[in-house]
Design a protein around this ligand. Structure first.
Ligand code: ATP
Ligand code: MG
Length: 559
């Protein structure tokens, strides 16, 4: 009986087409997918694509999606990663309900099935070293050579395999291999390794096992045990599919899943390889897995990227069968679009320059009204104090401006947002000749930012009152790599030396500094910012999620 898929806004792709056809032809009662991370690192945005695909399909076709930890290599796996992966999947907005599984739960059954293959003459214990096995595997143009141990008797194989399990041999002494075809044009079928000896403590099975199954042996059988219908993975496993099918055909598995492959996500200016990400953390190039420059889910969450923006990005890039590289600008577009809609506006001065308004009465403070969201009147308004001393952005002033500079300069008049027109009347410098303070006058008739005589100004600037604003540290994060296609083999050479800019003397509206909100806000004219966990009492730290416009590409082009 075909199940009616629930309506979906997500576009169709070849995998969803296959599933729809399977349902139409009554091949399955329920669609079951899985997301199978190896807990050897934090998830990155490439994994988010796989998560959205697998969990999204389960939602759209009223099926279910399992979260299965592929914990078959205890040397690289840790509980910290298991915990972070669960947190990240949830944060992305997906739910495995009761369907949380571990490949290690199946070790017993996998072992029994392996003995079954030995008895059927379809697996053997090989005493060759790893190097010998590699050397005799052949190449794309040459067949491999049979192992001298390939024709051991069933009894000898069973005995040796049991002794491998019992811990009689050191790491690497022997392996169990499937006996398929050393001359197969598909190298994956040239007697692939099923078990290796590894005397290592496993986070879940402890010291029970000292032999561990390979990915190829564990994966498909785990799918079959769980009743997965569509086992969706990335393209590099396409050549493994015949092996996946071989095990499913030869073993007494309870169901027959099928594997489908799609193109992995690649992004410009980004490396999505757990190996590289692990090294970035280990060698201190970043401050941890959740460093806001990391392409990890944890890094993006800390940076203030909304999960809805990630889901939208993944929806837009779609699912295809051909590898490609997506412009990181597309991700940034989705982040800006979501934040523009949802973030409240505030004013912040990142590099303050003090301004004294000489004709504003000493000691007077007035409250001006500022709007919280230009497109959303329900977001309301707030009050901002205005007084004789204010801060403006250092970059908004030039003593000797070029022709097209319309912001503040000696003699020039500008609008202070929500406040008044001001004109620069004097510049105060320190001994080094640097501008440290400005003198201005204001026009009391321009309250609210419009002149009754109709005169115009060419610039509107943000500002904050000196007394009624709060000091803060602001961190501006840029791309981690300055090369659009960083070299995974030599990534350190491609790191962007300007990936983090610290602004220790920024000023914020008091309500921003005091709020504990974890939602990003737009700092007008600057970008979207979010409170960081490094904040301490009296010392707020804000980090920039993203600027208002895509300036990076242009800066790089300028060099
Ligand atoms: P990496 O290549 O970064 O080390 P991995 O494939 O080893 O990642 P796993 O934990 O095995 O990491 O991946 C879990 C799932 O996520 C797999 O199904 C894998 O195909 C998928 N996946 C990994 N990277 C990407 C990517 N860049 N785009 C789409 N899916 C991915
Ligand atoms: Mg993998």
């Amino acid at each position: 009986m075909a199940t009616e898929p629930v309506a979906t806004e997500v576009g169709r792709d070849f995998i969803r087409d296959v599933i729809q056809a399977d349902l139409d032809q009554g091949r399955y009662k329920e669609i079951v997918t899985r997301f199978p991370p190896e807990p050897n690192g934090y998830l990155h945005i490439g994994h988010a694509k796989s998560i959205a695909l697998n969990f999204g399909i389960a939602q759209e076709f009223a099926g279910r999606c399992h979260l299965r930890f592929d914990d078959t290599n205890p040397v690289r796996e840790e509980q910290e990663y298991i915990d972070s992966i669960q947190a990240d999947v949830r944060w992305l907005g997906f739910d495995w309900d009761k369907n949380l599984f571990y490949a290690s739960d199946y070790f017993e059954r996998l072992y029994d099935w392996a003995e079954g293959l030995i008895r059927a003459g379809l697996a053997y214990v090989d005493d060759q070293t790893q190097e010998e096995i590699r050397a005799s595997r052949g190449t794309l143009t040459e067949p491999g050579k049979n192992s001298p141990f390939r024709d051991r008797s069933v009894e000898e194989n069973l005995d040796l395999f049991r002794r491998m399990k019992a811990g009689e041999f050191p790491n690497g002494a022997r392996v169990l291999r499937a006996k398929i075809d050393m001359a197969s044009p598909n190298i994956n079928l040239r007697d692939p390794v099923m078990y290796r000896i590894l005397h290592a403590h496993h986070p879940r099975t402890g010291d029970k096992w000292c032999i561990y199954p390979s990915y190829d042996y564990a994966h498909g059988q785990s799918d079959a045990i769980e009743g997965i219908t569509h086992s969706i993975c990335t393209l590099e496993f396409e050549d493994h599919r015949p092996l996946y099918d071989w095990f499913i055909e030869k073993l007494p598995v309870p169901s027959k899943p099928h594997q489908y492959e799609f193109a992995r996500l690649n992004l410009t200016y980004t490396l999505l390889s757990k190996r590289v990400l692990t090294l970035l953390v280990r060698d201190g190039h970043v401050a941890g897995w959740d460093d806001p420059r990391m392409p990890t889910i944890a890094g993006m969450r800390r940076r203030g990227v909304p999960p809805a923006a990630l889901r939208e990005f993944i929806k837009r890039i779609g699912v295809a069968k051909a590898n490609s590289v997506v412009d990181v600008g597309m991700l940034e577009f989705c982040i800006r679009e979501e934040l523009n809609r949802t973030s409240q506006r505030r004013m912040a001065v990142l590099r303050p320059l003090k301004v004294v308004i000489e004709n504003y009465p000493e000691g007077q403070v007035e409250e001006l009204e500022a709007i919280n969201h230009p497109d959303d009147p329900t977001a309301g308004t707030r009050k901002i104090a205005f007084g004789r001393e204010i801060f403006i952005e250092r970059d908004d002033f030039m003593e000797n401006p070029p022709k097209k500079f319309f912001r503040l300069s000696p003699g020039n008049e500008v609008r202070l947002r929500y406040a008044y027109f001001v004109k620069c009347t004097g510049v105060i410098k320190n001994d080094a000749g640097e501008v440290v303070e400005l003198r201005c006058t204001y026009d009391p008739a321009t309250k609210g930012g419009n002149a009754p005589d109709g005169r115009k100004v060419k610039a509107t600037m943000h500002w904050l009152p000196a007394a009624q604003s709060v000091p803060a540290e602001v961190r501006i994060y840029n791309q981690l790599f300055s090369n659009p296609s960083p070299d995974a083999a030599n990534f350190a050479a491609d790191l962007n030396p300007q990936s983090l800019e610290m602004l220790p003397d920024a000023r914020l509206e008091p309500s921003v500094a005091e709020s504990s909100a974890t939602e990003p806000m737009q700092f007008e004219r600057q970008g979207y910012f979010v409170r960081d966990k490094d904040s301490s009492p009296g010392r707020p730290v804000f980090i920039r999620t993203i600027g208002l416009r895509d300036t990076f590409a242009r800066e790089v082009a300028k060099g």
